[in-house]
Design a protein around this ligand. Structure first.
Ligand code: NDP
Length: 438
């Protein structure tokens, strides 16, 4: 704890994994002999750098850039870049740590990493975002490469930012190395279904979990927090299975539409206008059953639902929120975001027998499809939407089954948290043992 002072989110993520590992080391004492747990908790490399750029009024601005190359036992470091004012080293380390196990769970050859900056793209012009991205990559490019480290998007980083970063990488290296970044546009090496993958993937996982109890999305009332990339494509898939999604949010508050959210309108507000979710109320012609609650005046988790899919950010669903959801009859929770539920919330769900899908398993569809994008780049191929989506569905089914079966094998049936932690850990631990002490 002293070595990682002040990194609260990193401590939280590590504690959650370590709590699951007692059962593993009882079976595999060799993991303790070789200090595997200590090694797995220490990133292989951490890069922190200055990102200077000039705003539209010619003022020089400084942000801090991060890349934590956490673990390369399974393959090149892989994980997103987050641009958000809250970013600090503890947040990037928690995300990189989670990413290592998540990537292992996909069964694909990718290690774990994460990066980003405390830059806030909100309210910035395209030209400012471009200059920031160019400056960021001008430092980071020397640490990247299709066999070394392959970043993708995350909060605040979508196709626009990836485009600017890829352009600058290409210019600096004089190499058209398509596999160095994923989440690229479709015109230059991006994969169909990547944009949809995390939201669709969480829906597949949560559906598989519901089905173990003979349930499905059809006819269920669902709440999805956030209204970014993950949230939008979660809503799309849930609706296609007959679920009625009644609420979503952004940092300004949440909107409820008792008739079921109008997804085209949300896409228009978020993907086209880059606007705020409060505009839903104004733009929705018939507004009966529609209302908006400002951030601070209530929680989206007060809205009654049977399935809750938190898809905004870490620690957004607290113990109090969990108790309210349980009172209101929730039967399943699937984490679209990374670590959106606090430890207290997870305990409440588990004690109440609510099916709970942890993010490192449930939201792995995004990185899995990024690995499929790398596969297409490496073979200079381009798959159809259907082929990519069916591969994604198969991967999510495998992740579900491996968490489910591992939980049974280790004596905690139905505990997907322990199942995911153990299954992910063993996949990383085995190659690390084989490599010796490095
Ligand atoms: P986006 O930037 O597209 O959307 C994020 C959404 O969450 C926005 O609606 C945003 O609102 C809201 N949000 C972010 N931070 C906060 C905050 N501090 N308080 C309240 N609301 C907030 O990001 P993504 O959809 O890509 O990512 C969402 C989550 O999913 C993150 O935890 C990310 O790590 C995780 N994830 C993403 C993957 C991907 O493929 N994109 C893959 C796996 C996990 P506002 O615009 O107002 O800030």
């Amino acid at each position: 704890i002293r070595r990682n002072a002040g990194e609260a989110e990193f401590h939280q993520a590590v504690r959650e994994v370590l709590e699951s590992l007692g059962r593993v080391v009882a079976k595999h004492p060799e993991y303790l002999d070789k200090a595997l747990i200590e090694r797995i908790c220490e990133p292989e490399r951490q890069i922190i750098f200055r990102v200077p750029w000039t705003d539209d009024s010619n003022q020089v601005r400084i942000n801090r850039g991060f890349r934590v190359q956490f673990n390369s036992a399974m393959g090149p470091y892989k994980g997103g870049l987050r641009f958000h004012p809250s970013v600090n080293v503890g947040i990037i380390k928690f995300l990189g740590f989670e990413q290592t196990f998540k990537n292992a769970l996909t069964g694909l050859p990718i290690g774990g990493g994460k990066g980003g900056s405390d830059f806030d793209p909100k309210g910035r012009s395209d030209a400012e975002v471009m200059r920031f991205c160019q400056s960021f990559i001008t430092e980071l490019y020397r640490h990247l490469g299709e066999y070394t480290d392959v970043p993708a998007g995350d909060i605040g980083v979508g196709a626009r930012e990836i485009g600017y970063m890829f352009g600058q990488y290409k210019r600096l290296t004089n190499r058209y190395e398509a596999g160095v970044l994923t989440g690229k546009g479709l015109f230059y090496g991006g994969s169909l279904a990547r944009k949809e993958a995390t939201g669709y993937g969480n829906t597949y996982f949560t559906r598989a979990m519901l089905q173990t109890g003979g349930e499905d999305f059809d006819g269920k009332t669902v709440v999805v927090s956030g209204s970014g990339n993950v949230a939008i494509y979660t809503i799309e898939k849930v609706q296609s299975y007959g679920g009625k999604v009644v609420a979503c949010s952004d940092s300004s508050g949440y909107v409820v539409d008792e008739n079921g959210l109008d997804l085209n309108l949300i896409k228009e507000i978020k993907e086209v206008r880059r606007g705020r979710i409060s505009e839903y109320l104004r733009l929705k012609g018939d507004s009966s059953g529609v209302y908006f609650v400002k951030a601070g005046d209530g929680s989206i988790w007060d809205v009654p639902c049977q399935v809750a899919l938190p898809s905004a950010t870490q620690n957004e669903l607290t113990g109090k929120d969990a108790r309210r959801l349980i009172e209101n009859g929730v039967i399943a929770v699937g984490e679209g975001a990374n670590m959106p539920c606090t430890p207290e919330a997870i305990r409440s769900f588990q004690q109440a027998g609510i099916r709970f899908a942890p993010g490192k398993a449930a939201n792995a569809g995004g990185v899995a499809t990024s690995a499929l994008e790398m596969q297409q780049n490496a073979s200079r191929d381009r798959w159809s939407f259907e082929k990519t989506e069916s591969r994604l569905a198969e991967i999510m089914r495998d992740i579900h089954d491996s968490c489910f079966e591992t939980a049974e094998e280790y004596g905690v049936p139905g505990d997907y948290v322990t199942g995911a932690n153990i299954a992910g850990f063993i996949r990383v631990a085995e190659p690390m043992l084989a490599f010796g002490v490095i």
